[in-house]
Write a protein that binds this ligand. Structure first.
Ligand SMILES: [Mg+2]
Length: 189
């Protein structure tokens, strides 16, 4: 039997690409500093990548579906040119604050990916710049990284949301946290 795959679930805005607040134009896609080099190293450690993004703007009309497709095509192209393949991009369209299985903090996108792509959630990670990302990762049974940035200070781990396994301030710290865990896991065998 083939071993299950291990994945890194990436929040999109403020984690993989620069936060633009309801991004609706592929021209404005800008990768977060250091992200590409770090994702390449994570790929070499055997991780695959899924993007899991809340896009309530689709319902409210602030984001148009053809623009969303262009944005995701551009992200795939930029990463593809760097040798990084994105297995899948999951989009939760439910409105902000909705109690919806797919919308983070619910774990639906991660659980669906695990089923569709045979991903071992216990060997996987969720990275995001908001507590809802961490909560979704925890509920799915992943290890979690809170990517803390200046705009993250507005978010608090309250309302019963779980704390992250790691708090990092840039992509290099994220890479190092995952690498250390991978080495520890290898030693434990
Ligand atoms: Mg985000």
């Amino acid at each position: 039997m083939n071993p299950k795959r291990k994945a890194i679930f990436l929040d999109r805005d403020g984690t993989l690409i620069v936060e633009r607040n309801y991004l609706n134009d592929a021209e404005l896609v800008e990768m977060m500093p250091g992200s590409i080099a770090c994702l390449r190293e994570l790929r070499d450690l055997g991780f695959e990548f899924c993007i899991v993004t809340n896009q309530s703007g689709l319902i409210s009309g602030r984001v148009h579906s053809h623009n969303l497709e262009a944005i995701h095509a551009k992200i795939r192209r930029i990463l593809g040119e760097a040798g990084i393949d994105v297995v899948a991009i999951y989009v939760a369209q439910a409105p902000s604050g909705a109690d919806d299985f797919m919308r983070k903090p619910s774990p639906g996108m991660l659980l669906t990916a695990a089923e569709e792509y045979r991903i071992d959630l216990a060997q996987s990670w969720m990275i995001g710049d908001k507590p809802i990302d961490v909560e979704a990762g925890r509920r799915a049974g992943c290890r979690t990284i809170f990517f803390k940035q200046p705009h993250s200070s507005a978010f608090r781990f309250e309302q019963g949301f779980a704390s992250p396994h790691f708090e990092c301030h840039n992509w290099e710290q994220i890479l190092n946290a995952i690498k250390e865990q991978a080495i520890d896991a290898h030693r434990a065998i």
